[in-house]
Design a protein around this ligand. Structure first.
Ligand code: 13P
Length: 304
């Protein structure tokens, strides 16, 4: 077996040989983030995937992220190092469910959170991520909007845009949903000086108690620009990697010990090496479906 340092060197070599770049989501393990060329939230990584020049993208994240990269960069080889890295939230809704919603609410635009399958994106009008969901929904004409599949993010958006009427799907992220309001009140009592930063995938009763609500990268930016010294992090533990490097003098408390996404944690540094060496697992999407999904993603990228 290789040490992490040996793997880093081997990965560098393979990257040069294959003209590959490594993209990693903020939730990835430190050992993965440390060898990535780009680390960020889902929005940033989709922009990167659309713009970078390389022959190969190794996407360290979950399946829908690699699929998004493939849709936006169809001529590149996109590799997902762990084929079982999925997203239970994305799995809560099918294209058939979206078609049913559309026939139930004819003419109402469908906004689909990027945590969704290619087929679901293809049935939607525009995509969003947690970094731009408010902007995307606000950009639509008319009052009613179908927002899928995350009911917690949808509830948050609805509260920011009281003139809109959101029709929600009942999906949620099981990891973020573990956080309960008591967790926030307890941590507030214990660390009264701390800033509490929450991802909008948390339940509304938790989001309500936050000092700041935002995407993973927005949370990181908030910490970097805040004069405060103690921060409670209400999203997946992976964001601590960047935070500790960027702000070593600041203190971080994870809001709930269960904030670990098992799918995001499947990818190891070894997986990246294996992926580049054996060209696995190549992500391909049917071009007819991809073309429709591309439209919804491009609209989001143009708007945000
Ligand atoms: P962001 O990186 O867009 O904040 O998304 C978090 C998430 O849950 C991705 O699955």
């Amino acid at each position: 077996t290789n040490t992490l340092t040996e793997l880093k060197e081997k990965i560098e070599n393979l990257k040069r040989k294959r003209n590959a770049l490594i993209l990693a989501h903020n939730y990835q393990l430190d050992e993965v983030q440390e060898v990535a060329d780009y680390v960020g939230d889902s929005f940033y990584l989709s922009k990167v995937a659309a713009e970078i020049e390389s022959d190969v993208i190794v996407f360290c994240g979950v399946r829908f992220m690699a699929e998004t990269a493939k849709i936006l960069s169809p001529d590149k080889v996109v590799l997902l190092p762990e084929i079982d890295a999925g997203c239970p939230l994305a799995d809560t809704i099918t294209a058939e469910n979206v078609r049913e919603l559309k026939s139930q609410y004819p003419g109402v635009p469908v906004v689909c959170y990027v945590n969704s399958s290619v087929e679901v994106k293809a049935e939607s009008d525009i995509c969003c991520t947690s970094a731009n969901a408010i902007k995307v929904v606000a950009s639509l004409t008319g009052t009613k909007v179908i927002f899928i599949p995350d009911k917690n993010l949808g509830d948050y958006v609805a509260k920011q845009l009281p003139d809109k009427e959101l029709i929600l799907w009942q999906g949620c992220c099981v990891t973020h949903a573990k956080v309960k309001p008591e967790n926030v009140t307890q941590v507030r009592e214990r660390y009264p000086e701390a800033k509490i930063l929450i991802h909008p995938e948390c339940i509304p009763a938790v989001v309500k108690l936050a000092d700041f609500v935002g995407s993973t990268s927005a949370i990181i930016r908030y910490v970097e620009n805040s004069p405060a010294e103690v921060f409670v992090i209400g999203t997946e533990v992976g964001v601590l990697c960047k935070l500790k490097t960027a702000c070593p003098e600041k203190q971080f408390i994870l809001l709930h010990s269960g904030l670990i996404c098992p799918n995001m944690k499947k990818t190891r540094r070894q997986s990246i090496y294996d992926a580049l060496l054996n060209n696995r697992y190549e992500i391909n999407v049917d071009e007819t479906v991809a073309e429709k999904a591309r439209h919804t993603l491009t609209l989001m990228l143009e708007l945000a």
